[in-house]
Design a protein around this ligand. Structure first.
Ligand SMILES: C[S@@+](CC[C@H](N)C(=O)[O-])C[C@H]1O[C@@H](n2cnc3c(N)ncnc32)[C@H](O)[C@@H]1O
Length: 181
C-alpha cells in the first residue's frame, strides 16, 4: 500500500462506520483503516483478521496504546469467518491483498461470500477495497440487492505500477444486506 491510498482507506472506513458499531476487517496491512475504524467514538468492537504474524508484530510495536475496541486475530480470513456468529456484524471492510489464483477462484467465492453475508445483520454492509473500474466486483455482486457507489479522485505516484492511470477516479463499493435470504 502506498501513502496516496491512505485517504481512500479512511474514506472507506468512514462509510463503513456510518452503518453501526461492530465491525470486521480482513487484512491489517499498515493498519490505517483499522485504526480509523477502531478510534471512532461510536465503534464498540473492531475485529481485524491478519494472516501474517510479522504484520501484527510491526503494527503493535508502532501503535501503542491500541484502542480498546480493536481486537486483532492472527488467522486466515477464509478460516475465521465461518466461525463467526450469524448477523453479528454491522459492517465488513474486505481488503486482503489476494493472489490472482484466489481472486479468480469462482467456487471459493461462491462458498465464501454467502458466509460473509451470513455474518452481517440486515442493513449491514460489506466494503471491499476501492476499485479503479466502474463495474461491480463480480465476487460480491450476486449476493447483495443494494450497492452504494462513491466516486473519489486519486493521484498516485509516477512510480506506482499497479494502477492503469496515475490519476483519475476510483470507486468505493458498499454492498448492503437487504434481507434474511
Ligand atoms: C492491502 S493490505 C491492507 C491495508 C489496510 N487496509 C491498511 O489500511 O493498511 C492487505 C493485508 O491483508 C493480509 N492478508 C492477505 N491474505 C490474507 C488472508 N487470507 N487472511 C487475512 N489477512 C490476509 C496481508 O498480509 C496484508 O497485511
Amino acid at each position: 500500500m502506498q501513502a496516496w491510498e491512505a485517504e481512500l482507506m479512511r474514506d472507506s472506513a468512514d462509510l463503513l462506520c456510518g452503518y453501526g458499531t461492530n465491525f470486521l476487517e480482513a487484512g491489517l496491512g499498515l493498519g490505517l483503516s483499522a485504526l480509523h475504524i477502531a478510534r471512532k467514538p461510536s465503534t464498540v468492537q473492531h475485529q481485524v483478521v491478519e494472516k501474517y504474524a510479522e504484520v501484527i508484530e510491526l503494527f503493535e510495536e508502532r501503535h501503542q496504546p491500541l484502542p480498546s475496541s480493536l481486537k486483532i486475530i492472527h488467522g486466515d480470513i477464509f478460516d475465521v469467518v465461518p466461525q463467526l456468529d450469524s448477523e453479528s456484524l454491522d459492517g465488513i471492510f474486505f481488503d486482503p491483498f489476494l493472489p490472482d489464483a484466489v481472486n479468480n477462484d469462482v467456487s471459493l467465492w461462491q462458498w465464501f461470500v454467502p458466509e460473509l453475508v451470513r455474518c452481517l445483520r440486515v442493513g449491514g454492509v460489506l466494503i471491499p477495497c476501492f476499485t479503479s473500474k466502474p463495474s461491480l466486483r463480480w465476487q460480491f455482486e450476486p449476493y447483495f440487492d443494494r450497492v452504494v457507489i462513491e466516486r473519489r479522485r486519486f493521484e498516485a505516484y509516477a512510480s506506482t505500477n499497479y494502477m492503469a492511470n496515475h490519476q483519475g477516479s476510483v470507486f468505493i463499493q458498499c454492498f448492503e444486506r437487504c434481507s434474511m435470504d
